[in-house]
Design a protein around this ligand. Structure first.
Ligand code: ZN
Length: 166
């Protein structure tokens, strides 16, 4: 049996607590989305987009240059947003407006993306990024992530972690 210093143990436990919920969601997400192909397209004007063709499985396109500029966590959120469009079958839905679909995709990503990705998106939207006519303004987009980010704040609190670890 390996020995750990107290500090390492707290660190390991906090990581464990932090990632348990995220890990569960990531597995669910991976099961739901593992069939989707992701294709790099440096000419894409956005970080990521869904490409639908009638009779074919949708694919996710992403721009690796914009992705690198955004950073891996924010890029992951954008990719999850596109998975949301696919999982919610937006390509078949005529009853929703484009704005409603974007709002739903943000909320889907907020529930399914890794916590670090949701936090990165929350910071980005809160500081004024991500506004488009169809996606909504940045503050609206940040608000769509709130349920998830409130849980993150609790999980990250050192007091909450040490109390649970004891
Ligand atoms: Zn979208």
């Amino acid at each position: 049996m390996r020995k750990h210093s107290g500090r390492n143990l707290v660190s390991r436990l906090s990581r464990l607590l932090f990632y348990t919920a995220a890990g569960f969601l990531a597995v669910v997400s991976a099961q739901a989305t593992h069939q989707v192909e992701e294709i790099a397209d440096p000419s894409l004007p956005d970080i990521a987009a869904v490409h639908f063709e009638p009779g074919r499985t949708p694919v996710i396109l992403y721009n690796p240059i914009l992705c690198r500029q955004a950073g891996p966590a924010l890029c992951e959120f954008y990719r999850q947003h596109e998975y949301g469009h696919i999982e919610l079958q937006h390509y078949k839905r005529d009853d929703l407006t484009a704005r409603e679909k974007e709002s739903e995709a943000d909320r889907w990503a907020a529930r399914h993306a890794p916590l670090a990705a949701v936090m990165a998106a929350y910071r980005f939207f809160s500081s004024g990024g991500g506004t488009t006519p169809v996606h909504g303004n940045s503050q609206e987009r940040a608000a769509r992530l709130l349920t998830r980010t409130e849980k993150i704040q609790v999980a990250r609190s050192p007091l909450a972690i040490s109390a649970r670890a004891l």
